[in-house]
Design a protein around this ligand. Structure first.
Ligand code: SF4
Length: 500
């Protein structure tokens, strides 16, 4: 019986079919860009953890890719028996399972402390399963384990600079819980082996488990095996509870849901979708915007966040704005564009804040799409830079959100349940869409491009290209808002120049 790794056991905990596919059909797995990005963050946090737990660099690291499994287990056992220095990626194999511990630290009584490193900011339920599995396998392999902890990122910690990351990780002791679940883990291992031994994949329907606690890499495969609904329930807004209820009744298409189970907005979506007709409350949209005069400003931010902060004074996962685009529409119809983009590699925050204050001036409504995002970033900047707090906070009362206008007054069947500006724009303003952009076409691509531009070895040409792409992307965001504002207002202004 081949031992099952901890990750296979975690896959089993999510869905037995996932485990079976991981073992027998790994080629079918398709990890999303988000999953790949989270792996990368995990590696970066792991590297910092090595520096934090072994500042003198005297510990040992087990490299299973280099050594192979057998040598890795033997070398780990040898170090655990003789060494009193930190060990990274120590491997254990016992009781039909195997695992590698992120960090093993010698305790004061001849045993070991196990620390698992996580890039999340809090302990999740699957982390508790993870720790219980690790502890069970290590103890079954004969390791004198005195404690099990989870080290997560402390997102309240502020980076003091100079590559000093002490305080980045916050440990939670899970010893009692992990040790108490030995019998449970034994049961999981036994059942997981039974699943693996089955000649064909378990018959399990897709459901909530496919995205919890991880986005399963077999979604495409599992969904391709069944007929897809023409009008899926996830097109209904706020449909989590409704979908769970309908799943129990075997209903996965809008046509199967009675109207009296739907909110007013869900009924609007259903009607528009099934009749393939646009819903547009034009008088309501115009009334929502009627009180706002000129100049009308249209603002959008792009931000970056790092699990491991790179700029002094910032926190893990803090959203740091590095770019804005601002269109200003005058009463005469003249449209002026202003922008900020910092690819210097220095913390862009203060320069961003000063440029924003100057660009916004002191009068006129400032339209955004999803006000919570921009407003929160402005408040955060005001907290960081007390000297700029007053002019920054003065921007907030001027902010007007276009998203609720879109949500409450407009729905086109092509939106398929989304009111993101990328879904609403091509429906409301045909001919204008994000598809025509080159390179950067959404927020996550903007983040990736920004990180690429900061690489010390990037060529000047590539950096200039990224600059152009980011500029064009953010500029389209605010131009899209101008056009949506015109559309919702029912205005017949002369068409604005394509050269926005
Ligand atoms: S997609 Fe869902 S049903 Fe299919 S293996 Fe993954 S979790 Fe299981």
């Amino acid at each position: 019986m081949k031992p099952l790794s901890k990750s296979k056991l975690i896959a089993f905990r999510q869905c037995p079919k996932r485990l079976w596919l991981e073992v027998h059909r790994p080629e079918l797995r398709e990890d999303s860009p988000g999953t790949c990005a989270s792996f990368q963050v995990g590696y970066q946090v792991g590297d910092i953890a090595k520096r934090l737990y072994d500042p003198a660099g005297q510990g040992a690291e087990i490299d299973v890719a280099l050594m192979g499994y057998q040598v890795a287990f033997e070398r780990s056992a040898e170090l655990l028996a003789r060494s009193r220095l930190p060990i990274f990626e120590a491997g254990f194999s016992a009781a039909g399972a195997l695992a590698f511990a992120d960090v093993m630290l010698p305790d004061s009584v001849g045993g070991w402390r196990m620390v698992e490193i996580k890039s999340s900011t809090s302990v999740k339920d699957y982390h508790r399963d993870d720790s219980a599995i690790q502890a069970y396998i290590a103890k079954s392999a004969g390791v004198r384990l005195s404690s099990v902890s989870l080290a997560c990122i402390d997102n309240s910690w502020v980076y003091p600079g100079h590559a000093d990351y002490r305080g980045l990780l916050k440990e939670t002791d899970l010893t009692a819980e992990a040790f108490a679940r030995a019998a449970e883990v034994e049961g999981w291992i036994s059942k997981a082996h039974e699943v693996v031994a089955q000649p064909s994949e378990p018959i399990i329907a897709t459901g909530d488990q496919c995205g919890t606690p991880f986005e399963c890499g077999y979604c495409t495969y599992c969904n391709s095996a069944k007929s897809q609904p023409e009008f899926p329930l996830h097109w209904f807004p706020n449909s989590g509870a409704l979908r769970s209820r309908m799943a129990k009744e075997g209903i996965n298409d809008m046509r199967g849901v009675a109207d009296d189970l739907l909110s007013a907005k869900q009924q609007t979506v259903k009607r528009a979708t099934l009749s393939n007709a646009v819903y547009f409350d034009a008088p309501g949209a115009a009334a929502d915007l009627a009180s706002h005069g000129f100049p009308a400003l249209f603002l959008d931010f792009e931000t970056i966040q790092f699990a491991i902060p790179i700029w002094k004074g910032t926190r893990p996962y803090q959203q740091i704005p590095f770019q804005f685009s601002l269109h200003t529409l005058c009463a005469t119809g003249k449209l002026v564009h202003t922008a900020f983009l910092d690819l210097s590699g220095h913390d862009p925050s203060e320069y961003f804040a000063r440029s924003l204050i100057e660009a916004c001036g002191t009068s006129g409504p400032i339209f955004v799409y999803n006000a919570g995002f921009e407003s929160t970033r402005i408040r955060e900047l005001a907290e960081r830079f007390a000297i700029l707090a007053e002019p920054l906070l003065a921007i907030l009362p001027r902010i007007v959100d276009l998203l609720p206008v879109a949500r409450n007054r407009y729905y086109h069947p092509s939106q398929q349940g989304s009111w993101s500006i990328k879904a609403v724009l091509p429906a409301a303003v045909p001919g204008l869409s994000y598809e025509s952009l080159v390179g950067v076409r959404d927020g996550s691509m903007a983040m990736e491009a920004f990180v690429e531009a900061l690489a010390p070895d990037i060529s000047a040409d590539r950096k200039a290209e990224i600059h152009r792409q980011l500029h064009a992307y953010c500029r389209l965001d605010t131009f899209a808002m101008v056009r949506l504002w015109q559309f919702f207002n029912g205005r017949n202004d002369p068409p604005l120049s394509d050269d926005y």
